[in-house]
Design a binder for this molecule. Structure first.
Ligand code: KG4
Ligand code: ZN
Length: 328
């Protein structure tokens, strides 16, 4: 079995996965959304302190598996340096005390493998990763052959939802709150410009749209009873249209046969429906993670770790970050 740990942002999670069967035997996640909500975003030092409390609590529940562990895996990059180090330190301590190998997992590869929890992998695929930290398109042939073909030049898709929600006083995370508010709104009411729509670049940008929304929010706030529904709906529509327009352009050169959406924001239902429409003419298959594994979790880290264990892709105790400073 492999014990895996995730602490790259605001979710403390631990999983136990059986190597031979890929079965997920245990998974527990403690989210910090409530604690960060008042600040409208993740406060790194607060997140680190909450991980330091939560991770040992979860670890206590998996002690029975310790004699059967063949390796310990941990998200080692990318993420917040001060929170990554909480998971990495715990993983190193386990590796050292049980004398088992340590596996440092890339969080983004983790999101790709969230598609394959308790399943076989299905490659090649074109993958859109939309999370709080990233917006990128990747061509994935295998664990070690992943090419990023487009990415955001500034804010990410999920981050733009968080920032727009903050403007509207909706708390954190913003994605689910905006999705809910947008349901009753008119998507065409606010004619926000689609980012980079005249640019030949296949890349993403959300800072301009965010600023346009800010102006609309300020205007609405002047009213006696402000109602942000239409702004939320129009924002969600344009944020999604930006993705589908760029993907449409990309598909002119690389036809998709299997396409996947992963990351926390892949839970967005409007995005899912628009991508489904986009794929129809290509008759491409759409792969999605189970809703509970879209956002950060340790099950996806454990799933990657199985592949890395089989290829003996181990890290030395010195290799992974050892102090928050080393990442600054
Ligand atoms: O993958 P994730 O849990 O963390 C990172 O690796 O960043 O993604 C979290 C992000 C947040 O920005 C959150 O607002 C966004 O995913 N998100 C959504 C939705 N659910 C979560 N964005 C849009 N629509 C949603 N339904
Ligand atoms: Zn993530």
């Amino acid at each position: 079995m492999i014990l895996s740990i995730e602490s790259s942002c605001d979710d403390s999670a631990i999983a136990i996965t059986e190597i031979a069967t890929k079965k997920l035997l245990f998974h527990k996640k403690i989210s910090q959304e409530l604690e960060h909500s008042v600040y409208g975003g993740v406060v790194p030092e607060l997140a680190a302190r909450l991980h330091a409390e939560a991770l040992p609590k979860i670890l206590e529940q998996v002690k029975e598996y310790f004699p059967k562990l063949k390796a310990v895996a941990v998200t080692s990059t990318p993420g917040l340096a001060v929170t990554l180090v909480e998971g990495v330190t715990m993983a190193k301590a386990i590796a050292l005390s049980l004398d088992i190998p340590l596996i440092g997992v890339n969080h983004l590869i983790g999101h790709i493998y969230s598609l394959f929890i308790e399943k076989e992998t299905q490659f090649p695929l074109t993958c859109l990763l939309v999370s709080g930290g990233h917006t990128q398109v990747m061509e994935v042939k295998s664990l070690t052959e992943i090419q990023t073909v487009a990415k955001s030049m500034d804010d990410s898709f999920g981050e733009s939802f968080d920032k727009v929600a903050k403007m509207m006083g909706l708390g954190y995370p913003g994605g689910p709150a905006i999705q809910e508010l947008a349901k009753g709104g008119d998507r065409l009411k606010h004619n926000f410009t689609v980012p980079l729509h005249q640019s030949p670049l296949i890349a993403f940008s959300y800072s301009g749209l965010k600023n346009a929304v800010r102006l609309a929010v300020l205007e609405e706030e002047k009213k006696e009873t402000p109602n942000f529904q239409d702004i939320a709906a129009s924002f969600e529509h344009i944020a999604t249209k930006h993705l589908t327009m760029k993907l449409k352009k990309y598909f002119k050169t690389v036809r998709p046969s299997t396409f996947a959406i992963v990351g926390g924001a892949s839970a967005n239902l409007y995005l899912r429906s628009q991508i489904e429409e986009l794929l129809k003419p290509h008759k491409a298959e759409l792969l999605l993670s189970e809703l509970k594994y879209c956002s950060d979790n340790a099950a996806m880290i454990g799933r990657v770790a199985i592949e890395m264990y089989e290829k003996e892709m181990f890290s030395s105790l010195e290799e992974l970050i050892s102090s928050p400073r080393s990442q600054l």
